[in-house]
Write a protein that binds this ligand. Structure first.
Ligand code: ADP
Length: 219
């Protein structure tokens, strides 16, 4: 079932940004932070905000934390606080517990506690930005496995007006373009006859070597 109600522990840069985006998308967000000033800054922007220590079990119980579909431990720098809050969220029966880790070992500890999803925002963003810096046309990518990825690329001038079949013959890149986003709409599962125009966005799936080769050719 899709989570609808989120509780965020720690309204630092990561927690606040996550909360605002969830609100933007129409979800209910409870924000908890022990710092009064931080809570005051967010109080108008989230559904509910509370000044509380998230390692206080009684406080979490009184907030009805177990009724939340998803609890996110967004405390990073204070590893002890992060781990204690994660234990409590799991023990109190929050549906899904997500926690931010700042190091590999921190992440491993959270996994051992049974946290459902451990995220490494700084590490992942670093990797993402590195990819985007070396591949100017790359808008986004998802690593499906060590070998396969999905990438979103903006169509460069050199492919303007070319049919997919034509590009495949020329470059022989062995990747599949699964969608093309044009100003007029999205073409899902395009055929060899579909034409790319500069500025379109193409979504491509393939093995990483072939994607790299394709990116090198179009740059
Ligand atoms: P970021 O790098 O995303 O800014 P931080 O780890 O610096 O993350 O910030 C975490 C936030 O979590 C801070 O606002 C801090 O006050 C809050 N915090 C830390 N420990 C607790 C706790 N035990 N209970 C509630 N909030 C906490």
């Amino acid at each position: 079932m899709k989570p609808k109600q989120f509780a965020i522990i720690g309204l630092g840069r990561f927690g606040a940004s996550l909360g605002l985006e969830l609100m933007e998308q129409g979800y209910e967000v409870l924000g908890i932070d022990r710092n009064e000033e931080v809570v005051e800054d967010m109080s108008e922007l989230l559904t509910h905000t509370v000044v509380a220590d998230a390692t206080d079990e009684e406080v979490l119980k009184s907030l009805g934390i177990r009724n939340f579909d998803c609890g996110i431990v967004a405390i990073g720098n204070d590893i002890q606080m992060s781990i204690l809050s994660a234990i409590l969220l799991k023990e109190l029966g929050v549906g899904m517990v997500v926690a931010k880790a700042i190091s590999v070992l921190h992440g491993r500890a959270l996994e051992r506690l049974g946290v459902d999803r451990v995220i490494f925002p700084e590490r992942d963003m670093g990797i993402r930005v590195a990819h985007q810096l070396v591949t100017p046309n790359l808008l986004d990518y998802i690593e499906l496995s060590k070998e396969y990825s999905i990438v979103e690329l903006s169509v460069p001038q050199c492919l303007d007006g070319k049919m997919l079949g034509e590009i495949n013959r020329r470059v022989n890149y062995s990747c599949t373009i699964v969608a093309i986003q044009k100003q007029t709409g999205v073409i899902v599962a395009p055929t060899a006859m579909d034409v790319l125009n500069a500025g379109d966005i193409m979504v491509m799936i393939g093995d990483n070597d072939n994607i790299d080769r394709f990116e090198a050719v179009i740059n």
